[in-house]
Design a protein around this ligand. Structure first.
Ligand SMILES: Cc1ncc(COP(=O)(O)O)c(C=O)c1O
Length: 419
């Protein structure tokens, strides 16, 4: 067989770790084991029927052709209205692009702007696709670890220290996947002050979880706090998370007109435009009754509380209550260095995650994949029963570990005494 030679860009990236975790869980389930899967990053609700009806109506009306390459005017106007109504921002249609998901919008932005070796600051813990999309577009992801005591958030001092003349973008994701952290108005103002000192740095603001929030904090938008940064901010959002439309693949970006134009050219030579039917559906969703969003957030809140209560009872795990998105990001550093009942050493979060899967039938995603070792991510987008059973398995797994013997990890010695 002729050997396949990968492009340099393709060789830089791998499959998304949550997809890999899901595949491992499914393979185990196919072998007959019961597996509780808490890896998912998408709403488990169906898209509301009235949104589906809008898609059906678009089909019936013959909206089955290529659309404008930046998206239909109907959709871009609906996005413009949404940004005005919900965020107090003014973006005409010329400053808006619809893509095949928020992910594709981010990809377009990097493809349109990064040159070889350009740096993109990716605060950790991060959604794994951020560094991958930077790398495939010839950029260099620069990871800055968020500290637990800072709520896993980027601080002005750490941002300042990371900026170099080669920095092109800072990625801000609030609410965050995987930590659930939400930046408050003061924190955003502090970051904006740093960015004002570095006018060559652009800001990619990923707000895909905008509406999935559990805190009572300020809802004031980055660009109403720092309107002077609008000429170098790209807002990214989409239908996937608020309207349970992950499979429809429609997201959007709003930013300076030259950037949107450059992204549209990239899009025009790759996918032409997103699906006409999906665009009609998202336009209807943005213009329609937002009750579904509120009700689903209430359901996530109940599941979050259930999971947090269960986690609080497990000695050795620590979790900051997520203020948004639908994940709990759990610190398992106290378990590193422990030994399983059959004598295996847990030397890392990936060992722990494997132990959870193969010994206890619980699938989660390791923190290393999010740039933050000694943690793991639990999704609470699952039925109540699965969450209760998942928490039970987690507790049993932790109790089954012996934290006694000294174990070497690299040059470190972990656990010299019983815990
Ligand atoms: C932080 C973050 N941004 C963007 C996306 C992209 O979502 P979509 O491409 O479905 O709009 C995701 C999806 O998981 C995400 O977690």
């Amino acid at each position: 067989m002729t050997k396949l030679i990968l492009s340099e860009r393709a060789a830089r990236i791998g499959i998304a770790p949550n997809a890999a975790a899901k595949a491992r869980a499914q393979a185990l389930a196919a072998s007959g084991r019961t597996v509780v899967e808490l890896t998912s990053g998408e709403p488990d609700f169906d898209t509301p029927d009235w949104i589906k009806q809008a898609a059906i109506a678009a089909l019936a009306a013959g909206e089955t052709k290529y659309t404008a390459q930046a998206g239909t005017l109907e959709l871009r106007n609906a996005i413009s209205d949404k940004l005005a109504r919900e965020n107090g921002l003014t973006y005409p249609a010329a400053q808006i692009i619809a893509g095949n998901g928020g992910k594709h919008v981010i990809y377009n932005a990097f493809a349109a702007t990064l040159r070889s070796g350009d740096e993109v600051i990716v605060p950790a813990p991060f959604w794994q696709s951020f560094p991958a999309m930077v790398a495939i577009n010839d950029g260099t992801p620069v990871q800055i670890a968020g500290l637990r005591e800072d709520g896993y958030k980027l601080t002005p001092a750490r941002l300042e220290a990371a900026i170099t003349p080669r920095t092109r973008w800072l990625i801000l994701n609030s609410p965050s996947n995987p930590s659930g952290a939400v930046y408050g108005a003061d924190e955003l103002t502090g970051l904006a002050a740093v960015l004002r000192r570095h006018p060559h740095v652009w800001i990619l603001l990923d707000e895909i979880y905008e509406h999935i929030r559990f805190d009572d904090g300020s809802r004031e938008h980055w660009l109403t706090l720092a309107p002077d940064l609008a000429d170098r901010t790209l807002i990214v959002n989409g239908g996937s998370k608020p309207f349970a439309m992950t499979g429809w693949r429609i997201g959007y970006g709003a930013g300076p007109v030259e950037l949107i134009r450059a992204m549209t050219i990239v899009q025009s030579q790759s996918t032409s435009a997103p699906s006409s039917i999906g665009q009609a559906a998202l336009a209807a969703a943005l213009r329609g009754d937002q009750r579904f969003v509120r009700e689903s957030v209430q359901a996530y809140r109940e599941r979050r509380d259930l999971l947090l209560d269960a986690l609080a009872d497990i000695k050795g795990l620590r979790c900051i209550a997520p203020q948004g998105a639908f994940f709990a990001f759990v610190d398992c550093s106290a378990l590193i260095g422990s030994t399983t009942a059959n004598g295996r050493h847990i030397l890392s979060d990936t060992d722990f995650v494997e132990y959870l899967l193969y010994d206890h039938g619980l699938a989660v995603v390791d923190g290393t994949s999010f740039g933050m070792p000694d943690h793991f991510r639990l999704s609470f987008v699952a039925e109540r029963g699965a969450l209760v059973e998942g928490a039970r398995r987690l507790a049993t797994a932790v109790v089954g570990l012996t934290r006694r013997n000294a174990v070497a990890r690299g040059s470190e010695t972990l656990f010299t005494e019983a815990v």
